[in-house]
Design a protein around this ligand. Sequence first.
Ligand code: MN
Length: 253
Amino acid sequence: MKRRPLILVTPSTDDGGTEFDDQSISLSNRYSDAIIAAGGLPLIFPATTTKPIMAEAVRRCDGVLMTGGDDIDPKLYAKNLPEKLAKKVGPIAPARDIWEPGLIAEIFSRNKPLFGICRGHQMLNVALGGTLLVDIPSQRPESLNHGRMDKKAEPVHEVTIDPGSLLGKLTKRKTLGVNSTHHQAIDKLAPSLRMVATATDGIIEAVELKNAARRPFLLGVQFHPERLFDSNGVFLRLFKQFVQACGPRRRSL
Ligand code: MN
């Protein structure tokens, strides 16, 4: 039987677990459903701040999926946030804010594929030196409503895709309708990243590496393909290409 690539998936933290009310993990099954549908084997790994464990976790898996969740602590990308903006930051997850940048460093040093979704896409930018909009409605009041929690699994706005990007080649689309359940977004792009999709209001909706040819699959998306993969094959293709890039024969597009 063909070996499925092992995909490390980073879950959210939950302060009150079901069994013992301990620090626990929380993750929508949609992420692992999408990885399985794409031919991978998900391994949901709780946040750890121990460096050797981060290193071994990345070494033994074939790729990493960074999922959505809590806001990233703004201390990671901003100094002296105005109080008005600081109040807009939702709950934060301190262990996860150490775990994920540590993982990203290991992913780069071991040249493994990475797929970042929502918070994962934002964390990729922060870990590589970029910044975030703390709250889109406060800082870009003219923007679209990106917080459409009422339609989590439906396209609510369009994005324009760079046809020369990995995302452009995968989707074969210049525009794509996506779901949108975020109040934060990338502000200043990390020097090594380029934006490959934007909403009509200019909000960055997908990023890749500038020198993508020198690395395996790396993609960050602000939308949630794991909620759309079973209704639109375009979104399943993103997971399939990611899982395939994690397999033994790394095929470039
Ligand atoms: Mn959006």
